[in-house]
Design a protein around this ligand. Structure first.
Ligand SMILES: [Mn+2]
Length: 322
C-alpha cells in the first residue's frame, strides 16, 4: 500500500486551509475523537477555523475529549478542506459522506482494509492507533501543545486498551512517554477512559454475562444483543461497545464475538470479533464483506434471527482456528 502524500505535506495542507473540517467516525471512540480534537487544538487560530463533526453523538464517558456530546457541523460553517481521521470506510461517516464527498481532501488512518475515498491519504496499518500517526505529523510541524498531548494520549490509550491489547507496540509506549514528558495528563485521561461506567453499560454487561455461549470446546465465546433486550433492560448500542473485548477475556477463548441486532434494520446484525491476533479476525469478517485488524474486526450479517447470525459467524470463526 502506497500513500500518496507525506505527513509533512499533509500538515502543510491542513495549515494552508482557512476553514478546516475534521470528520470522526460513527459511534466515535477515543481514537477518532482524540485525533480529531488533537488536530483542532493544533491548527485552530492563525486566522484558521477548525471544526470537528461526527454523524453520531459522543457518549458521555468520552465527552471529556470533545467537550460536548453533540458534534453537528455549525450552520454558518463552510469548510474548504475536509479531513477524516480513523475512518476505514465511507459507511463510517453516515450522512456526512454525501454532504462532503466532493471536499474530502485528506484521510489519515491505520485500518488494514481501507477504502481510499479521499483525494490524498496516509494510512499506516502498523500503528496501534491513528493517534500515533497524528502524533508524528504534529511533532514534525511543531504543533504538540498541551491539549494536543492530552487528546493524543487518550487516542492511543483507547485503541491499545491501556496498552494491554496485542496491537500495542514499543512505539505506542515511546510516543506515550513523549506525550507524558510534554505534560499529557495521563492520570486524568486514564481515569476518564477506564474507570467510568454508565448505568446502561452495567445493564449491558449483566445481559452479556447471562447470555454467554461457548463453541469449539471453549475456544470461541459469543454474546448477542437483540433490540428487545436493549429496550427491556435499558441500554443502547454505545453501552455495548466496551463489552466487545469481554468474551475474549475468558480463559481458553481464542476468539470472542459480540453480535448486535441493528435498531434501524432489525434483519441486519452487527458483528464484532476479537482475538489476540490469532485467529485472524479481519479474515473472518472479510468473508461477510467486513474488515479491520487481525486482533479486532467487524462486519454486518443479514439473518432471520440472532441465532442464525451467530451460527454464520461462528462457522467461519471455527474454520479460522488452527
Ligand atoms: Mn483507531
Amino acid at each position: 500500500m502506497e500513500n500518496n502524500i507525506t505527513l509533512s505535506a499533509a500538515a502543510e495542507m491542513l495549515a494552508g486551509s482557512e476553514n478546516l473540517l475534521i470528520l470522526a467516525h460513527e459511534h466515535p471512540d477515543g481514537d477518532t475523537l482524540g485525533c480529531a480534537f488533537a488536530l483542532k487544538h493544533a491548527f485552530s487560530g492563525e486566522g484558521r477555523r477548525v471544526e470537528v463533526a461526527c454523524c453520531d453523538p459522543v457518549r458521555p464517558t468520552l465527552a471529556f475529549i470533545s467537550g460536548a456530546e453533540d458534534l453537528a457541523v455549525p450552520e454558518d460553517f463552510e469548510p474548504d478542506l475536509v479531513c477524516t481521521v480513523d475512518v476505514a470506510a465511507v459507511s463510517m461517516l453516515g450522512g456526512l459522506y454525501e454532504k462532503y464527498r466532493d471536499r474530502l481532501k485528506l484521510k489519515i488512518d491505520h485500518h488494514r482494509t481501507s477504502e481510499f475515498f479521499a483525494e490524498y491519504y496516509y494510512v499506516d496499518d502498523t500503528a496501534a492507533a491513528c493517534g500515533e500517526i497524528v502524533f508524528r505529523m504534529l511533532k514534525g510541524c511543531g504543533r504538540l501543545n498541551k491539549p494536543v498531548c492530552d487528546a493524543l494520549y487518550a487516542a492511543i490509550a483507547s485503541d491499545t486498551g491501556s496498552f494491554k491489547f496485542g496491537n500495542s507496540t514499543a512505539d505506542s509506549h515511546r510516543i506515550s512517554a513523549e506525550l507524558m514528558d510534554l505534560g499529557a495528563d495521563f492520570k486524568y485521561v486514564n481515569r476518564m477512559l477506564f474507570e467510568q461506567r454508565t448505568p446502561g453499560e452495567l445493564a449491558a454487561q449483566r445481559a452479556a454475562l447471562a447470555g454467554l455461549r461457548f463453541y469449539a470446546g471453549g475456544r470461541i465465546a459469543a454474546v448477542g444483543f437483540t433490540n428487545e433486550m436493549m429496550e427491556r433492560d435499558g441500554f443502547d448500542e454505545d453501552d455495548i461497545a466496551p463489552l466487545h473485548s469481554l468474551p475474549r477475556e475468558i480463559m481458553g477463548v481464542e476468539m470472542g464475538i459480540t453480535i448486535r441486532q441493528t435498531e434501524a434494520d432489525p434483519g441486519l446484525y452487527k458483528i464484532s470479533t476479537r482475538s489476540s491476533g490469532e485467529p485472524d479476525c479481519s479474515a473472518v469478517c472479510a468473508v461477510f464483506g467486513g474488515g479491520g485488524h487481525k486482533g479486532a474486526a467487524g462486519c454486518r450479517i443479514r439473518a432471520a434471527s440472532l441465532g442464525e447470525a451467530e451460527r454464520l459467524i461462528v462457522a467461519e470463526a471455527e474454520k479460522a482456528l488452527s
